[in-house]
Structure formats: structure tokens, C-alpha cells
Design a protein around this ligand. Structure first.
Ligand code: ATR
Length: 498
């Protein structure tokens, strides 16, 4: 099983000791990044303080003095770095990181490692891409019992393909392999599947928002790192942006509660042009598809559902008996919380028959909602700032259209049993905006705002104050996720404890 290593990038040993103490139950190794220590602390290192630190460490330590060309903070000269390396290696480290382009100048450090039975990690870092000769270099770097390491950069998500192909070619060879940055986020979670000896993590509090970093608790808890084997099913979400998505939290927890194998991982993609090969290499069991790929994914699906056909967008990619199926769980995800709230059984035919409803917005998010409303029997008025878009959308689904302005006030009153908000107004970073500011609630309307961040929008607050029933988008997100989970795994989401 791949190990979890914690990068210790504190400015002094006390800070690093705090990180070790905090995460010791979640890690197998730690990498002391001596280049991150404050300059003033370096001279005293060999005089006992470091030996003590190593002796106290609950896990074996890797010694690293990362050069600035490799993304490190070492700003001294190279000979000074190698001398320091040679001096520190014998103090009790288990591993020493030496770059693969070092020549005879590193002989002293190499000898110190050999003499002290300290295993060398022979590393390469590429911030511009993936080296053409990655596989050969890794093989060469594994000579003399060294552990080869490559940290590469995916400049476009299509680079995931050569990255995975390299991992495949290197199968069976001990190595550390990872892709840096947000596009490579998956590689840190998939270390076991990549055949990587370890994955690097950072303290949550020390990441300062660095892209692609993950902390040990999240890796072990949320991403089930120690429970997932290389052959377990892989689920995920593709989108852009996607790393902040809440879906991994939901799906991984459900997998855990159901005691099902597998993991659900976010994949930041720039496009889906290489999706076929990606799926071949990853053998994806199920995917949530989010903006901007809900339409672009369609050509990769063998059979789409009637909902996907009407909505024109797919957010659920899954497989049955070797075929790829596409569903849109947004529609049911939207509908179910509303029916539950109104006490209407989910399996009712045309559960919203005759309900007059205003739909605010005519963008991508409104299509699934409109499909759900219309196919449930509701009579819908679509309101949008750009009236032409409202008319086109309404025309497709047999609804009415009107401008989103005070002139529609009376019409909204007529279509006010249910008001559904699907624009981006009120969503972070436009939290203060209210798309219906010209309309006064009388308390009889039911307002459903599909925004989930913030959990309660300005509009929802105003409606609630007027006495309206209110529903937010968080429940829709959860519900559409539940529909996906069931399609992915064939099992319903476990019922929640009250
Ligand atoms: P999405 O696909 O995420 O729904 P979108 O297609 O850009 O995003 O649609 C956003 C919705 O929010 C649209 O209904 C848009 O109205 P327009 O069609 O007139 O652009 C609406 N919207 C965005 N900003 C708005 C604003 N400042 N005032 C009113 N509506 C706005």
C-alpha cells in the first residue's frame, strides 16, 4: 500500500514538530524540507537540535534541500547545499533526496548516504511538462537501489494520458510518481493505482492555498486512501473548475457508509477531446459531469436518457454491461426535495399537475429545472433579463416567457405558487444580489433557490421573512448526487440517521 508522507515546510523545527504531532496518526513518513527553514536556523542544525528532532520523530524522515529551479526555497550556492546535505544525511534520516542531474559534485553526499544506509531518492522535477524520456530516466534513476521520483506538470489535461501511460510502463518498478498543480490533484489520491511508493501531503494550515495540495486527514478520511486498492472501482467528477466541488465529500461518505470499495476523485479537465483514452486508462466506473462539459460529453455516451435528450445536457456518466449510459440527475435532484417538502410521494404521476410556477433565469442551469417542472405537469412562466433567451427556452418546453423586470410583477403574482431561482445572482461572489428585488412576497409563494453557496441567499432570506416556504440548492445538490450514486453503484444511498 502506498505510504502517506507529510511535507514539513515550517520555518523552524518547532513548527515542524507541531505538524508531526498533529498528523502522526495519519502518516508513514515525513519529508523535512531544510530549504524552507529560516536561514538563521541552518547553522545550528548539525549541533544536536536536528538529531534530537529526528530522534523524536514518530515516523522515518526524508532529507530534502530543494533548489529554487525545482520549486524549492534554497537560495544559497550549490556547493554549500551539497556540503550541508553530506553533513546532515548521517544524522538519522531514512531517505535523502538527490536530484538526478547531479554529477560528481554530489559524490560526498552519495557516499554519506551509502555509508549510513540512507536510501537515496533520485528525483526529477519538471515544471514545464512531462520529460519525453520520463520512463527511461526513471528506470535509470532506480539504479543502485535508489528510489526514483518524478514530479511533473500537466500543462493541459490531455497530458494526463502520457502521464498514465508512463505509470503503466513503469508498473512493477518501485518509484514515486506525481503530477503537480490542480490538474495533477488526482495523482496524489491515486498513488496506489499509479504504483507510487508514497504520496506527499501538506499540513492543512501550511498550504496557503497552493494548488493540488492535500492534507493527510483529508486524504485518509475523505479520499479513503488506505482503504482503496489499485483495482477498486474509480468514480469521479470532471469539470472546470472542480477542485472545490462538494461532490467528493458526498460520494466518498456514501461509499464508506455502504462499505463499498472505490473512491470518488475530482479531475480538472481543459477539454474532453481525449476522454476516450482517459476512460480506457482509468477504467472509470461512474462520473459526475459538471460545467462546462455537460454537452461536450454527449458524443462519448452510447445511450442517453429521455431527460438528457430533452435537456440537451448530461451530468451522469456510468456503465452497464459494457455500455456507457448518460443521465441527467439534476432534474430529479431538483424535484425530489420539493416533493418531499410538499408531502407528495416521489412516485406520483405528474406530481405538480396544474401548479403555476415562475422560473427565474434561462441559462444552462434552468434547462434541467424546466424539464423537471414541465414533465411533472407544472405550468411555467420563464423570466429572464434577456427576453429572447426566455422565449427560446420556453418555446422548447411549451412554457410562457416574460422579461425579468417590474413590468412582469402582476404576471409573477399569477405564477407564484412556486418561484424557482436559477440565475447566478445571489451566488458567491454576488451574494448581495437579489434577482427579484422588484417583487414583494405576500407569504403564500414557495421559493426554491437552486444556489447552494451561500446556503441561504438574500432572496431566500427575504422570502422567509415574508412567511414563504423556502428551499435552497444544497438539498438539490445532495439529491442529484444520490441519484448518481445509485446509478454508479446500483445501491441506494444509505438512509440518514435522524
Ligand atoms: P448557467 O449556465 O450557469 O445557468 P448562464 O448560461 O450564464 O449560466 O446563465 C446565467 C443566468 O443568470 C441567465 O439567466 C442570466 O441572464 P441572461 O440570459 O440575461 O444573461 C442570468 N444573469 C446573470 N447575470 C445577471 C444579472 N446581472 N441580472 C439578471 N440576470 C442575470
Amino acid at each position: 500500500m502506498a505510504k502517506i508522507a507529510l511535507c514539513l515546510t515550517g520555518a523552524d523545527l518547532d513548527e515542524n514538530r507541531r505538524y508531526l504531532n498533529r498528523y502522526q496518526d495519519h502518516i508513514d513518513l515525513a519529508e523535512l524540507r531544510v530549504d524552507c527553514l529560516h536561514r538563521s536556523k541552518l547553522s545550528g542544525l548539525s549541533k544536536g537540535t536536528l538529531s534530537e528532532f529526528i530522534g523524536d520523530s514518530p515516523v522515518p524522515l526524508i532529507l530534502t534541500i530543494r533548489r529554487s529551479v525545482d520549486g524549492g526555497h534554497w537560495d544559497g550556492c550549490e556547493s554549500e547545499r551539497l556540503i550541508l546535505m553530506e553533513k546532515l544525511i548521517p544524522l538519522g534520516f531514512a531517505y535523502a533526496d538527490l536530484e538526478d542531474d547531479l554529477g560528481p559534485e554530489a559524490a560526498g553526499a552519495e557516499k554519506a548516504a551509502r555509508d549510513g544506509k540512507v536510501r537515496i531518492i533520485r528525483s526529477l522535477h519538471d515544471f514545464r511538462g512531462i520529460p519525453e524520456d520520463l520512463v527511461e530516466r526513471m528506470k535509470k534513476n532506480g539504479r543502485d537501489g535508489a528510489l526514483p521520483k518524478a514530479a511533473v506538470t500537466l500543462t493541459h489535461s490531455r497530458e494526463i494520458i502520457p502521464f498514465l501511460e508512463a505509470a503503466r510502463e513503469l508498473e512493477g518498478q518501485e518509484k514515486i510518481l506525481l503530477a503537480m498543480g490542480e490538474r495533477g490533484f488526482f495523482s496524489r489520491i491515486m498513488a496506489e493505482r499509479l504504483g507510487s511508493f508514497l504520496t506527499f501531503t501538506s499540513p492543512a494550515e501550511g498550504q496557503k492555498g497552493a494548488a493540488g495540495q492535500i492534507d493527510p486527514v483529508t486524504l485518509e478520511g475523505l479520499y479513503r486512501f488506505r482503504k482503496v486498492t489499485a483495482s477498486d472501482p474509480l468514480y469521479g467528477i470532471i469539470g472546470n473548475p472542480v477542485i472545490q466541488s462538494r461532490s467528493p465529500e458526498l460520494h466518498n461518505r456514501w461509499l464508506d457508509q455502504r462499505k463499498l470499495p472505490g473512491v470518488y476523485i475530482p479531475f480538472l479537465l481543459d477539454g474532453v477531446d481525449h476522454f476516450d483514452r482517459l476512460d480506457q486508462l482509468l477504467d472509470i466506473r461512474g462520473l459526475s459531469v459538471t460545467i462546462p462539459f455537460k454537452e461536450a460529453i454527449l458524443p462519448f455516451i452510447d445511450k442517453i436518457s429521455p431527460g438528457v435528450r430533452s435537456i440537451g445536457a448530461c451530468n451522469t456518466y456510468y456503465k452497464r454491461e459494457g455500455r456507457v449510459l448518460g443521465e441527467n440527475s439534476d432534474a430529479l435532484g431538483f424535484l425530489y426535495p420539493l416533493l418531499d417538502r410538499w408531502g407528495i410521494p416521489r412516485d406520483t404521476e405528474k406530481p405538480l399537475r396544474g401548479v403555476k410556477c415562475s422560473l427565474i433565469g434561462a441559462g444552462g442551469a434552468s434547462r434541467g429545472v424546466l424539464f423537471a417542472l414541465v414533465s411533472s405537469g407544472a405550468r411555467v412562466l420563464v423570466l429572464n433579463r434577456t427576453l429572447g433567451k426566455a422565449r427560446t427556452l420556453a418555446g422548447e418546453f411549451g412554457a410562457e416567457a416574460a422579461p425579468l423586470s417590474s413590468e412582469s410583477r402582476e404576471l409573477i403574482k399569477e405564477y407564484s405558487r412556486l418561484i424557482v431561482q436559477t440565475t447566478s445572482l445571489g451566488m458567491a461572489p454576488m451574494e448581495e444580489r437579489d434577482p427579484l428585488e422588484f417583487y414583494d412576497f405576500n407569504g403564500k409563494e414557495f421559493l426554491y433557490d437552486i444556489i447552494y453557496k451561500p446556503v441561504e441567499t438574500v432572496l431566500m432570506k427575504r422570502a422567509a421573512r415574508a412567511g414563504c416556504g423556502v428551499l435552497g440548492g444544497w438539498e438539490m445538490l445532495r439529491e442529484q448526487g444520490k441519484v448518481q450514486f445509485e446509478l454508479f453503484t446500483g445501491m441506494p444511498v444509505p438512509t440518514e440517521k435522524p
